[in-house]
Every structure is written in structure tokens, then in C-alpha cells.
Ligand binder design. Structure first.
Ligand code: SAJ
Length: 434
């Protein structure tokens, strides 16, 4: 059987089902299609399926033209119908893994996908989970469901974990040239899944188990949240000592080895960094272990929006203006520069805190014309003189490219800069830096 599957893969006859056509699944589908594989793109979101069928991309790194070519060429079939799994030789799961409000892992999307796979699972199929999750998910959550019909992993079907490493908008590292970790439940699974992925991705890094592969991804993102927390705490320290943290970091990064710069900011957003490490600390707690670094970093980072609002309050006070009834313009609201994504963006908390203090809040973001926060709908302002002159305080929360920051400083009474994007502008009395 192993040889049969190997031949299907090597001859590109293996059909691939990808469940979840988001920023991970869609580029992965196209990476396989580019190498001549036929892909069933399966998503529960009817609107997404409709848009893809109309060759309309909603993913930054996927041109609509590529979708059109894939569909017209018969390489991509987009559907909400999971029964296509029956016809597939490989099934790859790229679904979200968010947190519940209780800050506990929400693996319901994985469970729903694996239950759908189970309905159609047959012999000689490879199943790979890509969604970032806690160590043990593949073995403890997926394996029992897939084996519940009597098929045996490693003999009848193959199961592995391969963490996604997509960095939306990254011009240099794409799906095909970013090394990919691969860890199977059984040795055969690692080997077969590696052979499959090697057809579309330059470098596959096999590891000894699915758990190791799950942990690799969590180390990568825990490394980031802890270092961002560290530099945020150093910023708070330097603020007390009247030291310019940005100058300190720029000087420290001249060290050619053993140092990697991270930067303070208004908080940590996105659906990876503030979420993935919590999956790890939750699992550790289940095993009776306190992941203190993760919990402390999360706590420091979650204090940053409050720190920014304090800076705004101090700046207004200095001009004898209360926050209440002040007009405050938030410049840049998405979670990081030059991306459209609003998930977990610190700007949402900053806006909420300012509204609660009675401020009149508006925003400008070149990537986001409208902003909905709970019951509040904010319409993005136009980037013009009046927008800034009418504001009592402008807060730069996300430092998108292509914004004329000099114009902002020249036309604003106060500018609070949380990203040091104004470093090149001769320091003026109206600039407050974190
Ligand atoms: N942030 C800081 N200071 C920093 C770096 C980031 O405050 O020094 C903030 C950002 O503004 C943002 C949040 O942290 O709000 C997360 O930023 P990020 O640069 O880590 O970007 P993400 O969330 O897009 O992380 C993704 C991750 N990719 C995957 O999980 C596959 C991460 O592993 C990548 O390292 C990161 O992209 C990247 O390097 O672009």
C-alpha cells in the first residue's frame, strides 16, 4: 500500500483535499496546483466558496488570476461538500484555532473538520493537520475519531501534524520556500506526508512525532510573545529612568551575534502571537505546570493599551484638556503595519478605553474604511488637514507605510507616537513618544 500511495504522489495523481481556504489553506492549495496536483478546496463559508468560484481572491498573497487559471484548468474545485474527501488521497486541515472568552483553547473547528473527514475516511489516505494547536491535539483529539470506525493509523491511513508558517504579505518567504516541519503519529506517516509536501515545498523538516511538531510552532511564537513582553517591560523601565528605549534597542542591535531586536508597542495583536502561546500555557497547566514566562508576557503586553491611554491623558492634561469631550484621532488601527487584519488589535482596546473616558474618538487607516467595535460603528476619516486640526490629540497606533507623518505632525496639536515612526522627524514640542 505504501508503494501505491508513493506512486500516486510521485506521479502527481494524488488528489488533495484542503479544508479551510483562508490565509493558510488557499496559498497551500495553489502551491500544490502549481506542481500539477488536483485540489478540492473545501470551506464551510458559502460566501468564500462563491467568491472563489467567481475567481475573486480575498487573500493578500493570492492573485485572482491564479485562482481563475486553477479553476479553468480543472485543478481547483471549490466546494462546501465534504464528500469530496472520499475521492481524495490526502486531506489537509487549515482551520482557525482561536481562544474562548475564558482564554481556553477552542479546538471546535478542528473537531468539526475531523468528524467530517471520519465520515468519508478510507484506506490509503493521508491526513495532515496544519492549524496551530497545543501539543497532543493530533494524537489525543484527532486520532481517536479517525480510528473509531476500525481503521488503524499507520496501517490503513496516515496522520501527521505540520505547523503553518505563513507570514501574510511577506514578499520573501512564501509557502513554497519556507521550511516546513512534519511530524507523524507513525514513522510511515511522517515519511508519506513528507513525500507529499516535498512535491510543493522546497524543504521539509521531519521530526519524531506529531507532538514535537506541535511544540515547534508554539516555541516559535512563544519566543516572540516573551521577547515582546520583555521589551515592553524595558520600555516602562526606561520611561521611569528617562532613557530613550528606541535608542537603546538601535544600539543593542549593532551586536552582530546573540541578539535579535524586538520593539515596544501599544500591545500585541494578530491571531497568532497573543493566542498560540496561551494554547501552550493551558496544556502545561493541565499537566500541573505553570508556564510563568508566557503568563507574565501576556500580562505585560495586555497592560500596554492602558499605558498608551495614560500617555494620552498626560499629554492632554499638560494642555489643560480633560480626556472627556476631547477629540482623539487614532492613526492606524489594524494589528500591525501594512496588514488589513484587525484581530486582537490593541487599537480596539485603546479606542474602547478612550470612549469609556468620554472622549470623542475617530480614526484613519488606509487599509480599513470602516471599524465596528461592538455596537459602535466608526467611519474612517479622510486623510486631510481638517481631520488633524480638528483633533485635540492624534495617537499613532499602527505605523502603516505610505502615510505622510510629517504632515500629521505639522497639522496636529499633539501626536502620541507608539511605534517610533516619527524618529526621523526633528523632535517637536507636540510629539509624545512611548
Ligand atoms: N509586535 C511588537 N513588537 C515586536 C514585534 C511585534 O509589539 O517587536 C506586535 C505587532 O505589532 C503585532 C503583534 O506583536 O501586533 C504580532 O506581531 P508579529 O510580528 O509577531 O506578527 P504576526 O502576528 O503576523 O506573527 C506571524 C507569525 N507567523 C506564524 O505564526 C506563521 C510569527 O511566527 C512570525 O514570526 C511573524 O508573523 C513575522 O515574523 O512576521
Amino acid at each position: 500500500m505504501l508503494q501505491k500511495i508513493r506512486n500516486k504522489i510521485l506521479s502527481k495523481k494524488a488528489k488533495i483535499a484542503i479544508i479551510g481556504l483562508g490565509y493558510v489553506g488557499l496559498p497551500l492549495a495553489l502551491a500544490f496546483i502549481k506542481k500539477g496536483f488536483k485540489v478540492y478546496g473545501i470551506d464551510v463559508d458559502k460566501d468564500r466558496v462563491k467568491r472563489l468560484k467567481a475567481s475573486k481572491s480575498y487573500i493578500l498573497d493570492v492573485p485572482s488570476q491564479d485562482i481563475k487559471k486553477a479553476i479553468l484548468g480543472g485543478y481547483l474545485l471549490v466546494t462546501t461538500d465534504f464528500s469530496n474527501i472520499k475521492k481524495s488521497d490526502a486531506i489537509i486541515i487549515c482551520v482557525p484555532t482561536p481562544l474562548y472568552k475564558t482564554k481556553e483553547p477552542d479546538v471546535s473547528y478542528i473537531v468539526s473538520a475531523v468528524k467530517n473527514i471520519k465520515k468519508y475516511l478510507r484506506r490509503e489516505q493521508i491526513v495532515v493537520l496544519e492549524s496551530t494547536t497545543y501539543p497532543g491535539t493530533t494524537e489525543e483529539v484527532m486520532l481517536p475519531v479517525l480510528e473509531s470506525g476500525g481503521l488503524k493509523e499507520g496501517r490503513d491511513f496516515y496522520l501527521a501534524f505540520s505547523p503553518e508558517r505563513i507570514d501574510p504579505g511577506n514578499a520573501r518567504y512564501k509557502t513554497s520556500n519556507t521550511p516546513k516541519i512534519m511530524g507523524g503519529i507513525s514513522k510511515n506517516s511522517t515519511e508519506l506526508a513528507k513525500l507529499l509536501y516535498e512535491q510543493a515545498i522546497d524543504t521539509i523538516v521531519p521530526v519524531s512525532s506529531a507532538k514535537v511538531a506541535e511544540m515547534v510552532k508554539l516555541l516559535e511564537n512563544t519566543f516572540r510573545i516573551v521577547n515582546i513582553g520583555l521589551v515592553n517591560e524595558l520600555m516602562l523601565m526606561c520611561d521611569k529612568m528617562d532613557i530613550n528605549i528606541w535608542e537603546v534597542i538601535d544600539a543593542a542591535k549593532t551586536k552582530p551575534y546573540g541578539f535579535m531586536p524586538f520593539y515596544p508597542g501599544p500591545g500585541v495583536g494578530g491571531h497568532c502571537i497573543p493566542v498560540d502561546p496561551i494554547y501552550l500555557s493551558w496544556k502545561a497547566r493541565m499537566q500541573g505546570f505553570e508556564a510563568r514566562f508566557i503568563d507574565l508576557a501576556s500580562q505585560v503586553n495586555s497592560e500596554m493599551p492602558h499605558y498608551v491611554v495614560n500617555k494620552v491623558t498626560e499629554a492632554l492634561n499638560y494642555r489643560k484638556k480633560p480626556v472627556r469631550c476631547s477629540k482623539i484621532l487614532i492613526l492606524g488601527v489594524t494589528y500591525k503595519k501594512d496588514v488589513k487584519d484587525l484581530r486582537e488589535s490593541p487599537s480596539l482596546e485603546i479606542i474602547d478605553l478612550l470612549l469609556k473616558k468620554g472622549a470623542f474618538v475617530s480614526y484613519y487607516d488606509p487599509h480599513l474604511p470602516y471599524l465596528k467595535i461592538g455596537k459602535i460603528n466608526l467611519k474612517g476619516l479622510k486623510f486631510d488637514r481638517n481631520a488633524f486640526r480638528d483633533s485635540d490629540c492624534v495617537v499613532i497606533v499602527t505605523d502603516h507605510s505610505g502615510v505622510d507623518y510629517k504632515f500629521v505632525v505639522e497639522n496636529s496639536d499633539i501626536v502620541v507616537d507608539t511605534r517610533n515612526i516619527l524618529k526621523g522627524i526633528r523632535s517637536k514640542r507636540n510629539i509624545v513618544r512611548i
